[in-house]
Write a protein that binds this ligand. Structure first.
Ligand code: FES
Length: 124
């Protein structure tokens, strides 16, 4: 899994989400109480950018339909099987935020697409 340098640590204000683009996806990076989290920036409901949402109490709230996701594990509150991808983060000695980014996902099977649709997730 490639690790990608995304931004300088000093550019993160506590509780203010930042959207970063990496090949094939967008990632939300946020500092909470000094700990840096990185999750998928794309809401699994209908694709809104979560970096436009509000971060509070360890969660990000989607600005479109108010689904809330824990930043620690990506789980949607009240529907834990719906999750954001969580990326491990490392802060380098010289002050960069680096995130692990998986290679682009393989296409989903029809069964996976139907199950995702039944869960109310965005189906592309
Ligand atoms: S697009 Fe995020 S809750 Fe609907």
């Amino acid at each position: 899994m490639p690790r990608i340098r995304v931004l300088r640590r000093e550019l993160l204000e506590d509780g203010i989400p930042q959207r970063v683009e990496v090949p094939g996806q967008a990632i939300l990076v946020v500092s909470l109480d000094g700990e840096v989290h990185a999750v998928s920036d794309t809401c699994p409901h209908n694709g809104a950018s979560l970096s436009d949402g509000l971060v509070r109490d360890g969660c990000v709230t989607c600005p479109s339909h108010l689904w809330r996701f824990r930043l620690s594990d990506g789980a949607r509150q009240g529907q834990e099987q719906v999750r954001l991808a969580v990326h491990s983060v490392e802060i380098t000695d010289d002050g960069w935020v680096e995130v692990d980014v998986p290679s682009p996902a393989a296409p989903r099977s029809m069964r996976e697409i139907l199950l995702a649709h039944a869960r109310g997730e965005m189906v592309d």
